[in-house]
Design a protein around this ligand. Structure first.
Ligand code: HEC
Length: 163
């Protein structure tokens, strides 16, 4: 073997070893993320959760949207609508199989709600909120989770109030 080939080979082995050691080094606070790079990514992806936490967030924001409009707090209502949309969009990146059943919600119900908020019409909102609620329940039926029956909120949960 030529000397230069030998040196290249040794350098390659040393670099590979360093890379392997670095990628299996625990990271995060107190090194909670362990294993190879792929194992760490797997752990992070599990921590990001699937649709379940997005739905907990959706349930909260759905209620906040309702009370924001009852308070005619339109900026807060727009904020909640925007977050309802991004909660579902991010969840669908993680769970693409849910994209089809979520179409009506994302492409019809939420945009229609945006128009109603732009119009600042509480009576129209109350009607559209029922439409939105139906879309939630249609998807729950479609996904065989119709024991999650969504209905407009009766009581406030959050400390946020309008003027
Ligand atoms: C993709 C269709 C889909 C749409 C649209 C949808 N959901 Fe869900 N929802 C689900 C599924 C599926 C579950 C069960 C959780 C799971 O399997 O990840 C669920 C569960 C829930 C839960 C229970 C979460 C928990 O773990 O405690 C709530 C609350 C909820 N949805 C509220 C809503 C509301 C409110 C809307 C409408 C504003 C809505 N959902 C729209 C599919 C949907």
């Amino acid at each position: 073997m030529k000397k230069s080939t030998f040196v290249t080979l040794i350098t390659f082995c040393v670099l590979s070893l360093i890379t392997a050691c670095q990628s299996s080094k625990p990271v995060g606070r107190d090194g909670w993320l362990k294993g190879t790079t792929n194992e760490k990514l797997e752990t992070v992806s599990r921590q990001l959760r699937g649709l379940d936490m997005a739905m907990v967030e959706t349930g909260y924001r759905y209620q906040e949207l309702y009370w924001a409009v009852q308070d005619t707090n339109w900026r807060y209502a727009h904020y909640q609508l925007e977050k309802l949309k991004s909660a579902m969009e991010y969840a669908l990146v993680r769970r693409p199989k849910r994209a089809e059943p979520a179409q009506e919600y994302l492409t019809v119900a939420l945009p229609a709600m945006e128009k109603v908020l732009d119009a600042k019409d509480v009576a129209l909102f109350d009607k559209q909120f029922i439409e939105l609620t139906n879309t939630c329940n249609d998807c729950h039926k479609n996904q065989n989770v119709d024991y999650y029956k969504v209905a407009p909120p009766l009581h406030r949960q959050s400390p946020i109030r309008g003027d």
